[in-house]
Design a protein. Sequence first.
Length: 451
Amino acid sequence: MLPDLGYNALICRYSEIATKGRNRIFFENRLVEALRRGLRGLGKVTVVRERGRIFFHPGDGRLVFAAEDLAEMRRVLPFVSGLSSASPGFLLEPRLEQIEAAVDRSFGQVYEATLTGLSAEQPVRYAMQARRSDKAFPLISSEIERHFAERLLACYPRLLVDLETPRLAVELEIRKDRAFLCYERIDGPGGLPPGTGGSVLALLSGGIDSPVACYLMMKRGCLVDYVTFHSEPYTPPELILKVGRLAGQLNRFQFGGRLAAVNLVEAQKAIRDTCESRYRTILYRRFMVRIAAVLARVYGAKALVTGDNIGQVASQTLSNLAVVSAAAPTMILRPLLAFDKKDTMVLARHLGTLAESEHSVPDSCTVFAPADPATSAKFYRVEAQEARLDVMGLIHACLDATVQVDLTTFERLPIRGLHEAVDKALAPPGRRPPATPAAAAVVLELPGDEG
Ligand code: ATP
Ligand code: MG
């Protein structure tokens, strides 16, 4: 870890937003908001935007960021969706002598820190990347790199220029009114900033896949609320705590995602007592997506999200997914559909949700789980099974047992307007009025498709 060098600026870079043409400012505003929110621990800051970069400076008359500020940047920035990378560093006047002085002041400390873990014979692999956008600056980029390499190699004989795998990387950007020098890059998740992609409602189980599906939607700028289904008293109260902790971990990538918890047990019992056992899981899922559609309407979400993945289990064959989708009056997004499990696991580990997901707690779908689930359910057979049930009555019974879980205290709170939303949410498409105004809030002009 590099030492705190008394930085006077943080530079934030984005990539995809740069392609947004006339809408760029909208995306950039959302990114600045997300960065400000994430970095509120830094106290007052000044934000300067300059041609594809966002600079943060310490406010309240402070000249440099404190060591705790630096720690906070390293902790928070990897979670700010829309950010490609950020670097704490030195903002300087774009004059060669100023830049030389700043390098002379800071390089030695970075060099010392880089020696940690190297044996005395090993070279210190070094690279400088200079980017000069101010054509009036007397040296071009490659000359700047050579100029500094000569100066530094003369003072630090163990340095070895290695542009491919440097251990010590210096970056220098020279713009018209400012130059920026840094030694560290904090990687962001990339993607698009929170709030640019509309709102969705994710079906969050305690498993490995659904938190990853939520993250992928957040990375595309969606605001994600969550719904989980449990079967108390057949599932333990820990299940909701576990899902609540997962939702809390996911909320690091956004702000304020809400968690609804639905007790599905009334519907499950009716299915167990009335329908053929091989259709149970599919019938559970059809209830889940209908109830989720009601919640989506109340929360103002435009789509549902699941962690489904083709062929993972019996309920996730294409035929069965189609039968489940047919029950949902709302679009279902399945971002993991074509993922390999191992890739999902890598992402789950990276997000920090894997350990929580692997913590074993009995879940709703295993309650009364059949030994012989149908892998290719026929639509008409499932409908015939469902015709034996009072579907709307059971939906209302489950909504009676639906609460919002406070993600700090885990207190269970009532949600208003659920029963009233049922008819509108479950009406056939075309007869459905638009959802709440919140759902229609983000209307964007995106670049047209080619061709
Ligand atoms: P995960 O898929 O998250 O690892 P899982 O393996 O328990 O969890 P699956 O049986 O694969 O779940 O279910 C597929 C998807 O259906 C889940 O990713 C999730 O979106 C949704 N789902 C299943 N069970 C529940 C539940 N109890 N509450 C909310 N959503 C659920
Ligand atoms: Mg799964």
